[in-house]
Design a protein around this ligand. Structure first.
Ligand code: 4AD
Ligand code: MG
Length: 480
C-alpha cells in the first residue's frame, strides 16, 4: 500500500479504509493519542493507539520527535478539534528520539523565541511556525515560475561565479581555488589571478542582470531566479549575505512597461498564496494577533495579515517621481515633535529607509513606485533621461519592508553607456561582452530585481529576514 500524506487524509471523503502514514511525533497523550505531522500540512493527524494490544516496548519508543509509520483505518473522530483520526492497527518506529536529548532542543513542545529557533535552524522546520513559513515560501516560488511562464518569459540560469560586479558597489565575495596563504603573487607583490583557477579575478554574483540582458537580446523576455551574494556588512532585519533574487529582463520595453510588470507580478504571486496557502496564512496571522495583544493599542497592526495581502492585490500602487517625493518629504513632519533623523536638504540625496517608510506607511499608505532617480546615486547601466541628470530607475517600496524591488530601463546607447562607465571607472575590458549587446541590434529594454526573501517576509508577516530562509547567511553567521 502506498503511503498517504496527512494533507490528503484530512481532506479525503474515503473513510473506513486502511492507510499508512509516516511522520514525526509532535505529541503523545495518555499513552493513547499521537499527534503526527509529516510536513504536508500545518495540521497534525490524530492517531489513536490501541494501548492494550501495543507492546510496552513500542509504546516506550513513541517519543516526541521520533519518526514513525502507522497503519490503520481512517474514521470520523469523536474528539474535538479534528474531523478524522486514524485507528492504529500497526505501528513501526522508524527513527527514535531520546527524550532527554529532545528536552535540550526546540523540538520540546513549548513556546520558543525566534532567536532560540535560529540557534537550531536545522530543527526549526519541525515547528508549526517554520513549517508554515517554508510552505508559503515554496508556493511563492512556484507562483513566480507560473507567472512568467504564462507571460511567455523564458527561465535563464545566469552564472553564480562571475568576473563582473553588476552593481558596481564592490560588495563581492571573492572566489579562488587557492588556500589564502598559498595565493600566488606577482613580482610586485600583488595577487596573481592569472594563476588562479579561471585565470582571472572572480566573485560570487551580486546580480544576474547583465547576463539576463544579453539573453533578453535573443529570447525577448527572460527571467532569472537564483541565489545572489552581497558582502555588505549590514546587520539588519532586511539584509542577507546570500539571498534569492528574481530578475525579469525584457527587450523592447520601457520604464512604464517595467513598472506595470512589477506591479502585476507582485499582485499575482500574493494572490496565489492567498488562494493556495490559507491554512498556513491563517496560522501566521493568529500568531501576529497574539503578538499584537502584548503591544500598546497604537502600535498594533491596522490590518490582519490576509486582509493586508488582499489590500495589496486589489489596489493600485502609487507612482511618484524622485523629485516629487523629495518635495513631499521636505514638507512633512514624520510626527508632531520630531523631524527625520536625516533631513533631506538638497535634491540629489539618497533616500534613507526612514523616508521610504514614511512615504509608504504614513503618506500614501500603499506600495509606492519611485522613479526617475538622480543619476549620481544609481548604477552605471541605467538609461539617462533627456534632462541629463536623472535616470529611468524605479524602486518599489512596501509597507513594513522598504525596498522590495530595484530596477530600471537600461542605457541602450553605446556611446552614452561607455561615457558613463568611464566616469564611474567601470572597466570596459571586463565588460566587453556586455558592450557587444549595444553594438549588435541594441534596443530599448528594461528589467528589475525582486528580493525574494523580502517578499516572503511580507507574505508571512514575519519581521526578521533570517526567519524566512532555511539557513540564513549574515555577518558572523554560517553555522549550518
Ligand atoms: O536594488 P538591487 O541592488 O538591484 C539589482 O541588483 C539590480 N541588478 C536588479 C535588476 O535590475 N535586475 O537589488 C534588487 C533587490 C532589492 O530591491 C532588494 O529587494 C533585494 O534585491 N536585496 C536584498 N535582499 C536581501 N538582502 C540583501 N542584502 C539585499 N540586497 C538587495
Ligand atoms: Mg536597490
Amino acid at each position: 500500500m502506498r503511503d498517504t500524506k496527512i494533507a490528503d487524509l484530512l481532506q479525503t471523503e474515503h473513510l473506513l479504509q486502511e492507510y499508512t502514514v509516516k511522520g514525526w511525533v509532535r505529541a503523545f497523550r495518555s499513552n493513547r493519542f499521537i499527534a503526527l505531522n509529516d510536513g504536508s500540512t500545518l495540521h497534525n493527524l490524530q492517531c489513536v493507539v490501541d494501548f492494550d494490544n501495543t507492546p510496552e516496548e513500542v509504546l516506550k519508543r513513541i517519543n516526541i520527535g521520533a519518526a514513525i509509520a502507522v497503519k490503520g483505518e481512517l474514521k470520523e473522530s469523536e474528539g474535538k478539534g479534528q474531523r478524522v483520526e486514524i485507528d492504529v492497527k500497526e505501528i513501526e518506529i522508524l527513527g527514535e528520539a531520546n527524550p532527554d536529548e529532545v528536552k535540550k532542543t526546540i523540538l520540546q513542545p513549548k513556546r520558543h523565541s525566534l532567536e532560540k529557533l535560529r540557534e537550531q535552524a536545522h530543527l526549526r522546520v519541525r515547528t508549526n511556525t517554520f513549517g508554515a513559513i517554508m510552505r508559503v515560501r515554496s508556493k511563492l516560488s512556484y507562483a513566480v515560475h507560473q507567472y512568467f511562464n504564462q507571460k511567455g518569459f523564458y527561465y535563464v540560469n545566469t552564472p553564480i561565479i562571475t568576473g563582473s560586479d553588476a552593481e558596481g558597489a564592490g560588495e563581492m565575495f571573492k572566489v579562488t581555488n587557492f588556500n589564502l596563504e598559498d595565493l600566488p603573487k606577482t613580482e610586485d607583490g600583488k595577487i596573481d589571478f592569472k594563476q588562479d583557477f579561471f585565470g582571472k579575478e572572480t566573485n560570487l554574483t551580486v546580480s544576474g542582470q547583465l547576463e539576463a540582458e544579453a539573453y533578453a537580446m535573443g529570447l525577448g523576455q527572460v527571467y532569472t531566479f537564483g541565489p545572489t551574494f552581497r558582502a555588505e556588512n549590514s546587520n539588519t532585519s532586511r539584509h542577507l549575505a546570500e539571498f534569492w533574487m528574481i530578475e525579469p529582463e525584457m527587450a523592447f520595453c520601457d520604464l512604464d512597461g517595467n513598472m506595470d510588470l512589477a506591479e502585476e507580478f507582485i499582485k499575482y504571486i500574493l494572490n496565489y498564496v492567498l488562494e493556495n496557502c490559507d491554512n498556513d496564512l491563517e496560522f501566521l496571522e493568529n500568531r501576529l494577533i497574539q503578538e499584537d495583544k502584548s503591544k500598546p493599542e497604537k502600535d498594533r497592526a491596522p490590518m490582519q495579515l490576509r486582509e493586508k495581502l488582499r489590500f495589496i492585490t486589489e489596489n493600485n500602487f502609487k507612482r511618484v517621481s524622485y523629485t516629487e517625493a523629495i518635495e513631499i518629504l521636505r514638507n512633512s513632519k514624520p510626527n508632531k515633535k520630531k523631524k527625520f533623523d536625516y533631513v533631506i536638504e538638497d535634491w540629489g540625496a539618497d533616500l534613507q529607509s526612514e523616508h521610504e517608510r514614511y512615504l509608504v506607511e504614513k503618506h500614501f499608505k500603499c506600495p509606492v513606485i519611485l522613479f526617475d532617480y538622480p543619476a549620481d546615486i544609481k548604477a552605471f547601466y541605467m538609461r539617462l533621461n533627456e534632462d541629463g541628470k536623472t535616470v529611468r530607475a524605479m524602486d518599489v517600496l512596501f509597507p513594513g519592508i522598504g525596498e522590495m524591488v530595484g530596477g530600471s530601463q537600461r542605457e541602450e546607447r553605446l556611446d552614452v553607456l561607455q561615457a558613463k562607465m568611464k566616469e564611474l571607472d567601470v572597466d570596459e575590458k571586463e565588460l566587453w561582452w556586455y558592450l557587444d549587446t549595444r553594438k549588435f541590434g541594441t534596443c530599448v529594454h528594461s528589467g528589475f530585481g525582486l528580493g525574494f526573501e523580502r517578499l516572503v517576509l511580507f507574505a508571512t508577516g514575519m519581521s526578521n529576514i533570517r526567519d524566512v530562509i532555511p539557513f540564513p547567511r549574515t555577518p558572523k553567521n554560517a553555522e549550518f
